[in-house]
Design a protein around this ligand. Structure first.
Ligand SMILES: [Zn+2]
Length: 259
């Protein structure tokens, strides 16, 4: 017997219909009509399920817990998904608390630019069933212990997951336009630099591009910048003062710091 999944269909500004399955992360279909979008989604789900046991998707990952999963966690190393967990609310809370208070030094190639620290993606937290909820991307300082959380939306998450899982992306995203524009104009992205000033509740980004021997800097949304960094396989930097100010040191360490 085949499993049934609920699908959500939405119409985009450009009149395309997009269908996605809240309980199956990264499964998205698009088409000119709702029926086309759902047909495409069915193809994508079939391909997706070929690579993993269905029972893992339908219940919490923790043995003996039969509660439906509420969160999806992707552990990332070297820009590839190395672990995936579907967890119910309670187990997600425990897992996330353990993750945030665990301390280790992240390995990686130590890139260096003055006044900034190299970070890389480490964990992505997605709230299943609610694509309007922000997606939390955790980056880890390469060669250090500090972590940062970036909030992004479901579209950036889908694009990022398609890239790091090497699956075809189903929709032209803004960052794909950035990528082809840079390349077609003869430039080469060498890194991205993220910053967040005091009092601002958003991250800004600069795409740092080399072209004809000169350095070009283009302002971009942070969410586009780190997806682009992954597509082009270039380092992600965070301004040192912003990293220090916004580093997530986990609840227990924060309590120690307060004492
Ligand atoms: Zn559970």
């Amino acid at each position: 017997m085949q499993n049934q999944y609920n699908a959500v269909v939405k119409q985009l500004e450009d009149r395309l219909f997009v269908a996605h399955c809240p309980s199956l992360p990264a499964c998205v279909g698009q088409g000119a009509t709702p029926a086309d979008a759902i047909a495409k989604l069915n193809d994508v789900i079939a391909t997706f399920l070929q690579s993993r046991p269905q029972e893992l998707l339908m219940k919490c990952y923790v043995p003996d817990c039969d509660v439906a999963p509420a969160f999806h966690f992707s552990g990332i190393e070297s820009r590839r998904v190395v672990t995936e967990k579907y967890l119910c609310d309670a187990h997600a809370h425990n897992f996330f608390t353990d993750y945030r208070t665990s301390e280790f030094v992240a390995i990686g190639f130590p890139h260096d630019i003055p006044g900034a620290v190299c970070v890389d993606l480490e964990m992505i937290v997605y709230h299943l069933g609610d694509e309007d909820d922000p997606v939390c991307l955790y980056a880890h300082e390469v060669g250090g212990r500090r972590r940062l959380c970036f909030m992004t939306n479901a579209w950036s998450w889908w694009a990022l997951m398609a890239q790091i899982k090497q699956q075809p992306s189903l929709r032209r995203h803004t960052h794909a336009a950035w990528a082809s524009t840079i390349t077609e104009l003869g430039g080469q992205l060498h890194d991205v630099l993220l910053d967040r000033r005091e009092g601002e509740d958003w991250w800004s980004a600069e795409l740092r591009i080399a072209k004809d021997g000169s350095d070009i800097r283009i302002h971009a949304r942070a969410s586009d910048a780190y997806v682009l960094a992954v597509i082009h396989d270039v380092p992600i930097f965070v301004v040192e003062s912003a990293l220090e100010r916004f580093a997530d040191r986990g609840e227990s360490q924060r309590r120690e710091g307060a004492g």
